[in-house]
Ligand binder design. Structure first.
Ligand code: ZN
Length: 427
């Protein structure tokens, strides 16, 4: 597979989504879902404002057309049209003259990074505000400003996108990504775009598990989905929350609440054999939507696989998380690792050695000649012997890969060769 090309495609999709002002509700979110719909047959759901979802209520829908702060010379000193991060996300409509001291109560900046615009939200408290660089803030003169925010916050809907790719089993693998951030690339867009290309690729494959892709607003989206799918959520046997997969940092995996679920072991195995640096972190009830999937009433085996985790890179939630910060090569690498993990889960079956008394004679079955010309003959031979020895109906291929210290792909290849000559049958 041409991962380099896929990395570039994922990057291109990020470029298309980047200019849109998304939020947890509203037309920016819908427009983004329509762009994804050009790639995969996404189903869009609209949940009315005011819908009770467990302990939460679906909020009013927010839309914005324009916003600025203008000085007495008629210059827009803060302009939403230049960056959608300038508006405090979910700002209520406002129009009026405001003195600098009062305006400052509604301004947000980052003193440590003078050129960057922060990303701030006020979803659940009615407020208005602007975000700007510290440099621009320092330039504001003590005068009266015209503040204009052309937004609406009214009853409407919460939108989310869902795509179920049916496999042989009803058991599901959940891929979930928050899709509610405006122009931010690593946090949000990298996850949305990688998930889209995973779905697109998997739709061409014969699958054992069914794959459910969710493109949802953070927190309220996963809570809404869980509430609307309370009875069927237990079909999810494995899951990954995708976010921050485009920066050049090492992979980081946050384990599921279970701590030793099949997905935890599959991710650890793939990262261990990748040859690249990585870190595995224990579960904690903070982070992305894995928090909701892991709430005790659901306890789904959903982990979070990122490169540099949220909050651990200075560009996080600032205008510096932009198109320069994410790289096609990093996206390609993340994509290939996600695919490898899925490959482990798809093929992690248990087999029975049909000739368990003494080792079967491999030569007469052509398995020696199979090994003959190979550079890694002894490696493959060892994989055959491990699979034969541990295929007693109790050990899965991942068990065997872990115990033998052999990459899953080699163990899987050995199992295929043994099955083809009748030495293994699937349990
Ligand atoms: Zn975020």
């Amino acid at each position: 597979m041409d991962f380099q090309f896929i990395g570039q495609e994922i990057y291109r999709l990020i470029e298309n989504l980047y200019p849109i002002c998304r939020s947890i509700t509203g037309d920016g979110f819908r427009t983004s879902m329509r762009i994804l719909k050009d790639q995969i047959p996404l189903e869009l759901h609209e949940v009315p404002s005011g819908t009770q979802v467990f302990d939460w209520v679906v909020p009013q829908e927010w839309n914005i057309r324009d916003a600025y702060v203008m000085n007495s010379r008629g210059e827009k000193v803060i302009d939403f049209q230049k960056s959608n991060l300038h508006i405090l996300n979910y700002s209520v409509p406002f129009q009026g003259k405001v003195k600098l001291a009062e305006l400052k109560e509604h301004l947000f900046s980052i003193p440590e990074y003078k050129d960057w615009i922060p990303y701030r939200t006020s979803y659940y408290k009615a407020n208005w505000g602007f975000c700007l660089s510290q440099k621009d803030l320092d330039c504001l003169e003590d005068e009266e400003y015209d503040v204009f925010i052309d937004s609406t916050l009214e009853d409407g809907h919460l939108t989310y996108g869902e795509y179920l790719l049916e496999g042989e089993l009803e058991d599901e693998f959940l891929i979930s990504c928050h899709s509610c951030h405006p122009s931010l690339c690593n946090d949000n867009l990298s996850g949305m775009s990688l998930a889209t290309y995973l779905a697109k690729y998997l739709s061409t494959q014969k699958l054992r598990y069914s794959y459910r892709f969710l493109f949802i607003p953070g927190t309220i989206g996963s809570i809404t989905w869980l509430c609307l799918n309370e009875d069927s959520a237990s079909k999810v046997k494995h899951g990954l929350v995708v976010a921050c997969v485009g920066d050049p940092g090492n992979m980081h995996y946050k384990k599921t609440r279970h701590g030793n679920a099949e997905i935890d072991r599959a991710v650890a195995h793939v990262l261990e054999h990748s040859g690249d640096g990585y870190e595995i972190m224990e579960f904690s009830p903070y982070g992305y939507d894995e928090r909701q999937y892991s709430s005790p009433g659901f306890n789904l085996a959903v982990g979070n696989l990122s490169r540099t985790p949220h909050g651990r890179f200075p560009e996080y939630h600032t205008s510096a998380d932009n198109l320069d910060f994410v790289k096609a090569e990093s996206l390609a690498d993340s994509f290939s690792k996600y695919l490898e993990i899925i490959n482990v889960i798809e093929n992690n079956k248990k087999y029975l050695n049909t000739n368990p008394k003494g080792e079967p004679q491999l030569g007469k079955r052509g398995l020696y000649s199979l090994m003959g010309g190979r550079k890694d003959a002894s490696h493959f031979e060892m994989a055959l012997l491990w699979v034969l020895n541990l295929s007693d109906g109790k050990h899965s291929l991942l068990d065997i890969a872990e115990r033998s210290g052999t990459p899953f792909s080699s163990i899987h290849e050995a199992a295929k060769a043994l099955r083809d000559c009748g030495l293994l049958i699937e349990c």
